[in-house]
Design a protein. Structure first.
Length: 326
């Protein structure tokens, strides 16, 4: 080979190699922040569903996606600091759930996309401008929380026509409780039943609250969704069963010994949240993704509990059930 040709070949190789090296570098792995309102153990089913949703879309945690978790353990006042902490990790998207989590995330950033895995009424609390046009940097899933809570009053009355006094188990720290109570009171007035609020800010309050219900001789209990309450569904269902209170809440409560359940399937909502994560990672703006309202509602009846209480569920209500626990 001639000397001039050799020099030309070497020169072209030196110029080309850096481009090859850059082309072979792996693309940056998307980093998802997850702001949990309660605990990982309390939301085990939801997390499994979220990961399954990501897997359906080709994401493998630790391989082509990273999830950074932070959990408030039910202490809602920790959420702002935790949101700032996870955002400090330079995440591409922040996923959260419940009104406290969503509002803390919104306060923490107006630029990083936020996906709501589940929230009761994002418009009422000012999380988004509207369902169809959320605006800003937030989108995700909602589930008609005020309407569901009001429907529970109606169903409990249908199961027990003589019922007059209903206890409402709620977490007063949740900002969405106002619109929920308003809907429940309207339904209660129509059915001529009285509502009495019982507040639980954490799991340590449950024993005292159910004892107070017993002293007040309430006829039944309606359980209102809240991340802390959802995470402690097992304890609530057992206490309602122990006190022999006809109760209605969400499915996990009925599975733990509660009598009735009416509501949405939260794991399904968390699985769908992965769709929003994927869309945003592919370049869609949150403001261009309408908030989705879950359309699947379930009525669950625990006949085992009914028999233990000596209660006969009206056949018309049994015929409406999506699931009967025997």
């Amino acid at each position: 080979m001639r000397r001039r040709e050799f020099i030309g070949l070497v020169g072209s190789t030196v110029v080309f190699l850096p481009f090859v090296a850059r082309a072979q570098q792996p693309a940056s792995v998307p980093r998802i922040g997850f702001l949990g309102v309660t605990s990982a153990s309390g939301h085990r089913r939801q997390l499994e569903a979220f990961r399954a949703g990501l897997s359906d879309l080709g994401y493998v945690e630790g391989k082509n996606i990273v999830i950074e978790f932070r959990w408030a353990e039910g202490e809602y006042d920790r959420l702002p600091d935790l949101a700032a902490e996870v955002l400090g990790l330079k995440v591409d998207i922040l996923v959260t759930h419940g009104t406290p989590g969503v509002l803390a995330a919104k306060q923490a950033t107006r630029t990083v996309p936020i996906v709501m895995a589940a929230i009761g009424d994002p418009v009422a609390v000012g999380a988004v401008a509207s369902i169809a046009r959320p605006g800003g940097n937030i989108t995700g899933m909602t589930f008609f929380n005020p309407e569901i809570a009001a429907k529970r009053v109606e169903l409990l009355k249908a199961a027990f026509p003589t019922l007059r006094r209903i206890a409402i188990l709620l977490n007063p720290n949740n900002p969405v409780i106002g619109p929920i109570l308003q809907e429940m009171k309207l339904t209660a007035e129509t059915l001529m039943v009285d509502l009495q609020q019982f507040e639980a800010r954490g799991p340590s309050d449950f024993d005292q609250v159910f004892s107070a219900m017993a002293k007040e001789a309430v006829d039944g209990v309606v359980i209102v969704e809240d991340p802390m309450i959802i995470a402690n569904a097992g304890a609530i269902g057992k206490l309602a069963s122990k006190q022999r209170f006809p109760s209605i809440g969400f499915k996990d409560v009925a599975e733990a010994g509660g009598l009735l359940a009416y509501g949405v399937h939260f794991p399904q909502m968390f699985r769908r949240a992965a769709f929003f994560v994927d869309k945003i990672l592919r370049g869609t703006k949150p403001s261009d993704l309408p908030v989705e309202r879950t359309t699947k509602f379930e009525l669950v009846i625990n006949l085992k509990t009914a028999k233990a209480f000596g209660i006969e569920i009206p056949p018309t209500l049994l015929a409406r059930a999506d699931e009967v626990i025997e």
